[in-house]
Write a protein of this length. Structure first.
Length: 96
């Protein structure tokens, strides 16, 4: 009987883990949706800034500003932060 109880406990634990995983993945999916929306909004704002800068005779990209953004991501997220920042910046630069 002890073996059956242990098997039942293991099955219950496995079912609980699967339920927890499904819930957590749902939360991650919601975060990913929000991140995509925010990056798209950032890209629109970046495009407006690029247009204003070009209309004023400046460059489309301001490298000093990009260095600040890379540092911000590094400070907040550690050594992998600049890679994420670079990906976001590439999306937001748009087409040349």
């Amino acid at each position: 009987m002890t073996t059956s109880l242990n098997a039942d406990d293991a099955a219950t634990a496995a079912a609980s883990a699967l339920s927890t995983i499904a819930t957590l993945r749902g939360q991650i999916d919601a975060l990913d949706d929000a991140i995509v929306r925010l990056v798209a909004e950032r890209a629109r704002l970046s495009q407006r800034i690029q247009t204003a800068r070009l209309n004023a005779g400046g460059a489309r990209v301001e490298l000093g500003r990009e260095r600040v953004i890379l540092a911000t991501y590094r400070d907040a997220l550690g050594p992998e932060g600049p890679g994420l920042a670079d990906a976001v910046l590439q999306v937001c630069r748009g087409r040349r």
